[in-house]
Design a protein around this ligand. Structure first.
Ligand code: PYC
Length: 404
């Protein structure tokens, strides 16, 4: 005899809102939940609240295309994302939750000489950081993905690719649920449907937040939001050099497994992978104008379908099932903004552009260390807010999955 729905043990619990916490984290996506988990697991800081105005994983963490990789362009970026891949490799065991990480390899196709040059550059930067990454020719590309049209007659012939064997895909919802369950087990309070309406700052120091369920006093408040990062930072009086753009994605009906690798084409503005359920997941670059809209558009569907068919004409009979959009907070250099701000006790982990989900574990680990020790860990030191005033930008545009 099975359990009825309300007899299953809850993976995380509902709590009354306390009037004070040691740390309040705004945003219940992978970044916020990972920060809470590592605060508790690595530093013993358990009087922590994670607030989300909707439900956990309802923002970028549930809307991305679940791709993990560390083949970035700058040494700072490669080091940072590689730590995330390592944490992801051990995440199922750490959280005792199957996150279904499939390291199936990641291909970024080059269709012209300038992209091939960027791929070579990235491969060399990657190798120096001991990241498995190399440029391969069309024959090897064809061996890895037989369904790709690698003939020379196409409009954008495939001249080669950056091949990154440790890259792959993961079950993004499972990552959110795994961190939530593990943080909850350490005593962290997860408050869904709890919207932050204001942040209190006294004499240059944060003192708490006001929510739709009441006020909380806290000496540390962390902005782990995507999409709303500028609005939340504004509440504390901190300006963010961020603009928000939608990024659309779509999924097909399931078919038998045939695509064992993640395939990205910057020139064709598309990336594609096959889930364990057999669906193909497609994504594109961000929409061409700033907006908070998360509606799908016909323009995206037509564009993505046309571009996928240029790469894999055999897919012409497949049907799209769903499309959706997430919000991407773009910074001027395409790198995130992490660490303390001019308001004491107010920290940010924002500006993730189109790379946020894959950085969840390393961001949580580093933000937790920063909060617990008061020192900015070396791995996130290049990503401080002050770099925009000092001109120390970390240009990652060349490593974006597709052109922006
Ligand atoms: O950077 O790998 C990436 C990516 C995939 C989808 C959006 N960004």
């Amino acid at each position: 005899q099975g359990l009825s729905n309300d007899e299953w043990p809850r993976a995380w619990h509902h709590h009354d809102l306390r009037s004070s916490y040691d740390v309040v984290i705004i945003g219940g996506g992978v970044h916020g939940l990972a920060t809470a988990y590592y605060l508790a697991a690595n530093h013993g800081i358990r009087n922590v609240a994670v607030l989300d105005k909707a439900y956990i994983g309802s923002g970028g963490s549930g809307r991305n295309t679940a791709i993990l990789r560390s083949n970035y362009l700058t040494p700072e970026g490669v080091r940072f994302y590689d730590r995330s891949v390592t944490l992801y490799e051990h995440l199922a065991a750490d959280l005792n939750f199957n996150v279904m990480f499939s390291q199936r390899g990641h291909l970024t196709l080059a269709h012209n000489d300038s992209s091939l040059r960027t791929m070579r550059w990235r491969a060399e930067v990657n190798k120096v950081q001991k990241v498995d990454s190399e440029v391969i020719g069309p024959d090897k590309v064809s061996e890895l993905v037989p369904y790709l049209d690698t003939s020379a007659q196409t409009r954008y012939p495939i001249l080669g690719a950056l091949y990154h064997p440790p890259g792959g895909i993961i079950r993004h919802d499972a990552v959110v649920w795994g961190y939530a369950r593990a943080a909850d087990a350490h005593g962290v309070h997860i408050h869904q449907k709890t919207e932050v309406l204001g942040i209190d700052v006294d004499g240059g120091r944060v003192s708490g937040v006001r929510t739709n369920r009441g006020s909380i006093s806290a000496p540390i408040v962390v902005n782990c939001t995507a999409g709303w990062s500028t609005l939340i930072s504004d509440m504390a009086g901190v300006d963010m050099p961020v603009q928000t753009f939608p990024l659309q994605a779509a999924v097909t009906e399931p078919v038998k497994p045939f695509l064992d690798t993640v395939v990205v084409s910057g020139t064709l503005h598309v990336y594609c992978s096959q889930t364990d359920r057999g669906e193909l997941v497609f994504g594109a670059s961000v929409d061409p104008f700033a907006s908070y809209s998360i509606r799908g558009s016909l323009e995206f569907t037509e564009g993505v379908a046309g571009h996928v068919l240029e790469l894999m004409p055999a897919l012409s009979k497949m049907r799209l099932l769903r499309q959706w959009a997430g919000l991407c907070d773009m910074t001027p250099d395409y790198s995130p903004i992490m660490g303390p701000t001019p308001v004491e006790g107010f920290y940010v982990d924002v500006g993730w552009g189109t790379y946020g989900f894959k950085a969840g574990p390393v961001s949580g680990e580093a933000m937790a260390e920063n909060i617990a020790t008061g020192r900015v860990p070396e791995i996130i030191a290049p990503f401080g807010l002050d770099r925009f005033a000092d001109g120390r930008l970390v240009g990652e545009k060349g490593a974006a999955a597709v052109g922006h």
